[in-house]
Design a protein around this ligand. Structure first.
Ligand SMILES: Cc1cc2nc3c(=O)[nH]c(=O)nc-3n(C[C@H](O)[C@H](O)[C@H](O)COP(=O)(O)O)c2cc1C
Length: 371
């Protein structure tokens, strides 16, 4: 029988993707209780599995009760934190937020590539600005975060010249750091002209230098989100800089450019290999490095993807596109499979499993199918 998200999707996928997105965000913003009732009812049969802490993983931004978080871009203006943290996500990242509100690129700018379970977007940081998001975050009662870390992803305004970009990041850090559990510097969106120039060690250095004082005044775990198209020759410099500036970790990756698919960034299954390769290179370089962690994002849709990440030394991941295609059931499927793995290998917690990951098989044992 189709679940509520499958029914919703059947109708929603007949409508323009951005219109559906906006209507859904408004619905979840004004009626989070109703949405929670529907999806928690679906999750109820798994509540034993989901709502104990065997899945918890410690990160620099605090414990993630579940290893899968929500990636930036879905709840840009932080309007649905109550709803998204009520799902079994381990953490939720809002944004990208810019210092001033901006409309983003002309529509249409979001497209489904259904056969490939992928999306193409050229949104261009459309958002109501950091102050509007701050009001949302300040209105949240502690219980409305459901004990989850909530981070904000920050980017420069389209009309801020590159040499002034460090001031945008500085202002954003100063405003938001006291109110979130972590911040992510976004220098990797393909949809803001020249933004990716800031991903070079030189560009990043200007930003990180501009943040030294504000970070001292108000420490907050700081991450840098990278593109899968960053040349490997740049990676060494970026990691060196991240260590020098005591960055909490790297978020890899953002969307990729595939010109043959149209202008914008590709996410989902079409991105998976590129993103996976980028993470492999990063984790290879992070071996033996203390302090820098990785948040994996890009084409992740199953426990098998997570398993590969763990085998390489990663711990937590985020999803966006797979969540659009599968809805909250994606999280329940992760939970059931992870629970099976804990039982199959006789571990009490995910921390225990990860400590022993090297001794475990190279591929995830599949979930037995019910006959
Ligand atoms: C419609 C859309 C909007 C996005 N907006 C942002 C954004 O504002 N900031 C950001 O850092 N990433 C943004 N992303 C990228 C996602 O956070 C994620 O890095 C990327 O989609 C790869 O993950 P996925 O394959 O699970 O979707 C966006 C992705 C999509 C599909």
């Amino acid at each position: 029988m189709a679940g509520p998200y499958q029914l919703f999707k059947k109708a929603a996928f007949k409508i323009d993707p951005e219109t559906v997105h906006n209507l859904t965000i408004e619905g979840l913003h004004y009626f989070p209780g109703l949405a929670k009732q529907v999806f928690h009812f679906v999750g109820k049969q798994h509540s034993e599995i989901l709502f104990n802490n065997r899945f918890a993983l410690e990160t620099k931004m605090g414990p993630w009760p579940f290893p899968i978080g929500l990636a930036a871009g879905l709840d840009k203006d932080a309007k649905c934190v109550d709803f998204f943290t009520s799902l079994p996500f381990g953490a939720v990242e809002v944004g990208t937020l810019t210092w001033r509100p901006q409309p983003g690129n002309p529509r249409p700018r979001l497209f489904r590539l259904e056969a490939e379970e992928s999306l193409l977007n050229r949104m261009g940081f459309n958002n109501a600005g950091a102050e509007a998001a701050l009001r949302q975050l300040q209105n949240l009662k502690i219980a409305q975060k459901h004990g989850k870390p909530v981070g904000a992803n920050i980017g420069k305004n389209k009309d801020t010249p590159l040499d002034k970009a460090p001031f945008d990041y500085q202002n954003l850090y100063r405003l938001l750091a006291p109110h979130v559990d972590y911040l992510t510097i976004n220098v990797s969106s393909p949809n803001t002209p020249n933004l990716r120039q800031l991903e070079s060690s030189e560009g990043l250095k200007h930003i990180l230098d501009a943040l030294v004082d504000v970070r001292r005044q108000c420490p907050c775990p700081l991450y840098i989100k990278l593109s899968p198209d960053l040349p490997p020759s740049e990676l060494e410099g970026v990691i060196g800089l991240a260590m020098e500036h005591r960055i909490a970790g790297l978020v890899a990756t953002n969307t990729t450019i595939m010109r043959e698919r149209g202008e914008g960034g590709i996410s989902g299954k079409l991105l998976a290999n590129k993103s996976f390769e980028m993470r492999r290179q990063i984790l290879e370089r992070l071996k033996g490095v203390q302090g820098l962690e990785l948040i994996a994002v890009g084409g992740i849709s199953s426990v098998s993807d997570l398993w590969h990440l763990w085998k390489q030394g990663g711990r937590v991941a985020q999803v966006y596109t797979a969540f659009i295609y599968h809805g909250p059931k994606l999280l329940y499927d992760f939970a059931i499979h992870l629970d099976f793995l804990l039982q199959a290998f006789h571990f009490k917690t995910l921390e225990d499993l990860l400590r022993n990951i090297e001794q475990l098989p190279p591929e995830t044992p599949a979930l037995p199918t019910l006959s």
